[in-house]
Design a protein around this ligand. Structure first.
Ligand code: NPG
Length: 385
């Protein structure tokens, strides 16, 4: 169903802010180790209102092909000019403005999220309601990076189970998989547990991956290359444990093909990875129609991206706990005036204020800013820059 704004909006200005937040502890996956999170915060203004988005790419093209620099380039050279001054009656108009540009999903999403926030703040209602959200709090899990030893990992799991997280996701890679899962399962026989390989294996590892069937895992996330839908289908046929796809699904077509091939039984949804809400809603509808479970992934977003994740995760097809942890999981201080907090029952409330329902701490944002780029619509009133 197309999502229409209460009133059409026209974007006059786009601000792209590259910020850097130090992580409380390094986050290591099969593709690398992060000690700081640099990210691109997007702010749009128009019709007397402002909206915030986050373009989620990393510094490096190691998760998907995009980087912060490609996002900045594509927004400045192509997406920004296509958006500025255009009458936007709903999410599909944003998608239509971006359609000629191939790929660059996170760049598109960064802008689309900001427009959606602007339109709903202006209308005075929550973004989650516009998207069709049906719950006011969402169940959440936590993703734990690779640790120096299995004992460190077991300790980290214990800490996060105690905090109330309802699902624990372990990062794995070849050589650091069965031993980690064995150690964690021995101590936590009943905890909802999943593993995420970030595409570190090939189909030649199928026999090895089959050993994971012994641990009652909720899912194995993205074991193979993002382009290998056929190999994922072959692997899924030999496993009892459901496969979940993340990096492989950047748009509806990928999801349709993955479901047709049997490449996965669960889909990780990241609004950034799929190019924004319009695409996310289409994939969500497809999965619901096929009885495929969806959950909200995360990319160590700041509170701005996290608030957007809470909005999408409030939709009915999101039936498994998301990777939407509290701000303090990663950041000593978030860019919000009030950080995102975990309730002891392992849920996070969906903000119910206008738009994404959170307020940005402008002074702290400024303090963490490395660079700012501005795009202005020709003939735009200077009033609300
Ligand atoms: O809690 O936000 C979070 C992180 C969850 O593990 C997580 N994200 O592969 O899904 C992933 C991973 C990731 C992190 C991906 C950063 C890309 C960038």
């Amino acid at each position: 169903m197309p999502i229409t704004f209460a009133d059409p909006v026209v974007v006059d200005t786009i601000e792209l802010r590259t910020i850097r937040l130090p992580l409380i502890e390094p986050f290591e996956t099969s593709f690398g180790r992060l000690t700081d999170r640099r990210t691109l915060i997007v702010r749009v203004t128009g019709d007397g209102a402002a909206g915030w988005g986050e373009a989620a790419a990393l510094d490096t093209p190691l998760y998907t092909a995009e980087t912060i620099e490609t996002e900045r380039h594509v927004i400045q050279a192509f997406l920004g000019p296509a958006l500025l001054g255009r009458r936007l009656a709903g999410l599909d108009d944003v998608a239509a403005a971006f359609a000629p540009v191939r790929g660059h999903y996170m760049a598109k999403a960064g802008l689309e999220l900001a427009v959606a926030d602007l339109a709903t703040r202006r209308a005075g209602h929550p973004l989650a309601a516009l998207l069709g959200g049906t719950r006011n709090r969402v169940e959440v899990g936590v993703s734990l990076g690779l640790q120096p030893t299995a004992m460190h990992l077991v300790d980290a799991v214990a800490r996060h189970v105690d905090l109330g997280y309802r699902r624990i996701k372990l990062k794995i890679k070849p050589g650091r998989d069965i031993d980690l899962v064995t150690a964690v399962r021995a101590r936590f026989p009943d905890t909802l547990l999943s593993v995420d390989a970030n595409a570190a294996y090939t189909l030649a590892d199928a026999d090895h991956l089959r050993r994971l069937d012994d641990f009652g895992l909720l899912m194995i996330e993205q074991p193979l290359d993002p382009d290998d839908l056929i190999d994922h289908a072959a692997l899924q046929r030999t496993l009892r444990t459901p496969l979940c796809l993340d990096e492989s699904i950047s748009r509806l077509r990928h999801a349709e093909q993955a479901l047709a091939l049997g490449s996965c039984r669960i889909v990780n949804m990241k609004v950034g990875r799929v190019g924004g809400y319009a695409s996310a809603l289409a994939i969500h509808a497809l999965c619901r129609a096929h009885g495929v479970q969806v959950w909200c992934g995360g990319m160590l977003e700041t509170g701005i991206g996290r608030a957007h994740n809470l909005a999408i995760a409030s939709l009915p097809g999101f039936t498994l706990p998301g990777d939407i942890s509290a701000s303090v999981r990663y950041y000593q201080r978030d860019v919000l005036t009030t950080p995102i907090c975990l309730s002891p029952d392992g849920t996070i409330p969906v903000p119910d204020g206008p738009g994404i329902g959170v307020d940005v701490d402008l002074d702290y944002l400024e303090a963490r800013t490395e660079s700012v780029d501005r795009l202005v619509r020709e003939g735009a009133p200077l009033a609300h820059a």
